[in-house]
Design a protein around this ligand. Structure first.
Ligand code: GLA
Length: 718
């Protein structure tokens, strides 16, 4: 009784500590978010947009909407948080207690706002991390309590943002396997638009956690106010965009609450995933360059380091290979001039040999008859050829036809009393179980211990969570989706701690699992199993809004042989270049061309990998017959333009393409590269010098009326 009295007195004192409105400013160089602790003790979002120039103006701002809206109180629309207390009361009223702001590293400030319920001992901390130069704000929430029994968390958003504008347009990136990141835009009117997934492991198969929100009117590359937002969570997410009766928009981002009620014990903290966003008042181009700069500097694994070009054997052999074939392909890798040979699926399993996708997952020993001398022989053969060796794994999965399944059914997510059903003939291991985490860690650790020469992993994840029941979690089944992802992070943390320099590719039947939390552990991701260069123009374009070229693996294959090897390679060079092809599928000229392209790619690293991306012509524009991207090095001394004609219409009017991001005052030599042997350049102005001013105001005739035609043009300051 006495404790209760002291506690409520304490809460009262905190809740009444605010007398006049207090403004909390979360600023980057260009973006401003202003929160206001009002005299009623509650926290409001008063402003979000281009950073305000004068502090003295803050007092004029409208109060705005409550920053982190709760269930059960006066609001009539979707809340950010809903908790059920020990006494079954489902309401929460959050009052401002205090806030702190500190510099956490050069150029990065963190503000933490503490809110508390005035009737229940529940604390919510809103975190805002502002990256000044990159103009990114990262937000997440921490929830804790002192109730006797666990608090039931029903919804627990990472972030809530409010907008009060005349109109809103949402661009989403939904698709499917081999049609990833397909962009479409819809106006938002009254009601909700929800983007979410409930697939668990291959969580983003139909839609990745990223969006573009245009304010007032539709945005373009260089015009309009936009928010780009993405969630760092390698599992079920949900974005809710709700326009209310006043035409205000709220955006709620976080873990999908679907079947995810979480019991939080007293004294423990539930930390939501990070939501990252940026704002630009000059279109999407700047906003995505913000993301690229931030990712390379702060988020992507080894973001500022080089990447290895590679030859993968997947499309060259599928499951049908042996040691000799692989060694022969290593010879192809050397001829191409790439840095690494990557061995894909099909190298493991003995009792249930992995001869197809029907069996063997979980049994990570080399198949004897295919690889009689083991992985070591392959590592040695690669070393002899002065290239690196990488290997494919899918360690979270199990085939029902495997020794692992026979030994450890208790490790498999499955419904004990029902027939099993399969996605790609496989099931998902229960990563909420620490023993399974050890096993999954052990797949990488075991291989690295036995074969320390392995230089790279391709980590695949082909199945969503099916047959949803965790033998480990017992009566806490609604924790599975969350604890699965947390288990995955524990494993990845251990790998990163033990092998900090080991590059890994994140793959999930293409890009069924990409987000910026996962990319802390992975140097790159596989953008799609679809390597048709025409489709890739669209898929890579979609991902380029959030992910820099060095993170997006793009391989030259034999998909769509109507397109020349040059066209296919030119498309792949806009990402992290690799090959998945046999030299026997190429002519001598093709090989000579590819060798030159690999050299050019390495030479142009400062522009493609580290530079700024300008999307000059969208593949989605008009008749979808052209596309062009430009990469400019940070010092503006080097640029490279990739221009594509897909299926131009007969007699189509073709205009020059204006370049961007150059120094108007500099002189640049324009030179077409990546030409086929004996092919001269037909580019007007080739090998001439132009001012940056001219190139940006008038441009170059980069596009043509030819079908499936491509050009790569190097622009060098004189
Ligand atoms: C997935 C990947 C492919 C390949 C196969 C192997 O589909 O996306 O790149 O690795 O698995 O089975």
């Amino acid at each position: 009784m006495r404790i209760k009295a002291i506690l409520s007195l304490c809460l009262f004192t905190l809740a009444t500590a605010v007398s006049a409105d207090e403004f909390i400013k979360i600023n980057t160089n260009q973006v401003g978010l202003v929160l206001r602790a009002a005299d009623n003790g509650r926290l409001y979002q008063s402003y979000l947009g281009k950073r305000l120039a004068n502090e003295s103006d803050l007092q004029h701002l409208p109060k705005g909407n409550e920053a982190y809206l709760t269930h059960g109180m006066e609001d009539y629309f979707e809340p950010a948080i809903e908790v059920h207390h020990n006494d079954a009361n489902p309401s929460l009223l959050l009052k401002y207690v205090s806030h702190t702001s500190k510099n956490v590293q050069p150029g990065v400030d963190e503000t933490v706002i503490t809110l508390q319920d005035d009737k229940y001992p529940v604390t919510v901390k809103l975190h805002y991390v502002a990256y000044a130069k990159e103009n990114i704000i990262k937000t997440f929430t921490e929830i804790s309590h002192q109730e006797k029994k666990p608090l039931k968390l029903e919804r627990y958003a990472s972030a809530m943002l409010h907008f009060s504008r005349p109109a809103y347009y949402l661009t989403e990136f939904s698709g499917d396997w081999i049609y990833e990141a397909t962009m479409s835009t819809t106006p938002l009117n009254f009601g909700k638009k929800v983007l979410d997934t409930k697939l668990g492991a291959r969580a983003n198969m139909f839609t990745p956690p990223m969006f573009i929100l245009s304010l007032d009117k539709e945005s373009s590359e260089n015009e309009g106010e936009v928010i780009l937002g993405t969630l760092g969570w390698t599992g079920n997410f949900r974005f809710t965009f709700e326009v209310d009766n006043k035409k205000d928009l709220r955006v709620i981002a976080g873990i999908n609450p679907y079947f995810s009620e979480y019991s939080l014990p007293k004294g423990e903290t539930f930390r939501t995933p990070d939501f990252y966003f940026t704002y630009s008042d000059c279109g999407r181009g700047q906003a995505s360059r913000n993301f690229h700069d931030w990712a390379r500097k702060y988020q992507l694994k080894d973001g500022q380091e080089d990447r290895m070009t590679l030859l993968n054997n997947w499309e060259a052999t599928y499951f049908d290979f042996n040691e000799d074939k692989l060694v022969e392909l290593m010879g192809d890798a050397v001829k191409l001039g790439v840095d690494m040979f990557l061995l894909d699926d099909g190298w493991f399993g003995n009792k249930y040999e992995r001869h197809s996708d029907t069996q063997g997952l979980g049994d990570w020993d080399e198949t004897q008859h295919k690889l009689p001398h083991g992985i070591q022989k392959l590592v040695d053969e690669a070393a002899k050829r002065n290239i690196k060796f990488g290997i494919w794994i899918e360690p979270e999965m199990v085939s029902p036809k495997s020794e692992l399944y026979e030994k450890h059914k208790d490790w498999v997510i499955h419904l004990p009393n029902r027939d099993e059903y399969y996605f790609r003939n496989q099931m998902v291991l229960d990563l909420s179980n620490p023993e399974v985490q050890d096993f999954v860690f052990g797949v990488v650790d075991g291989l690295m211990t036995k074969y320390p020469g392995i230089a790279y992993f391709k980590w695949d994840c082909n199945s969503p969570i099916t047959n949803i029941y965790s033998p480990y979690l017992k009566d806490k089944q609604t924790h599975l989706y969350v604890d699965y992802v947390r288990g995955l992070y524990k494993v990845l943390d251990r790998i990163k701690a033990k092998y900090p320099k080991l590059p890994m590719m994140l793959c999930s039947g293409g890009s069924g699992r990409i987000d910026y939390e996962a990319l802390q552990y992975f140097t790159e991701f596989w953008a799609s199993d679809n390597t048709d260069p025409i489709q890739r123009l669209f898929i890579q374009y979609g991902y380029s809004f959030f992910y820099p070229a060095k993170s997006m693996s793009a391989h030259v294959t034999t998909w769509n042989k109507n397109a020349s090897i040059k066209f296919r390679t030119d498309v792949a060079m806009m990402g992290k270049l690799g090959f998945d092809i046999k030299l026997s599928d190429m002519s001598g000229d093709d090989l000579t061309y590819c060798q030159g392209a690999v050299k050019n790619y390495k030479r142009l690293r400062p522009a493609i990998m580290e530079g700024d991306l300008y999307r000059l012509v969208s593949p989605y524009d008009g008749t979808r017959s052209h596309a062009a991207n430009q990469f400019v090095s940070k010092d503006k001394n080097k640029a490279v333009v990739f221009a594509f004609d897909v299926y131009p219409g007969y007699g189509e009017k073709i205009l020059p393409v204006r370049l961007e991001g150059l120094d108007a005052g500099k002189q640049y030599r324009v030179k077409e590269i990546n030409l086929m042997p004996n092919q001269g350049s037909s580019l007007e102005g080739n090998d001439r010098v132009f001012s940056g001013d001219y190139l940006m105001k008038v441009g170059l005739n980069l596009l043509t009326g030819n079908k499936l035609y491509s050009r790569v043009v190097e622009i060098t300051a004189e």
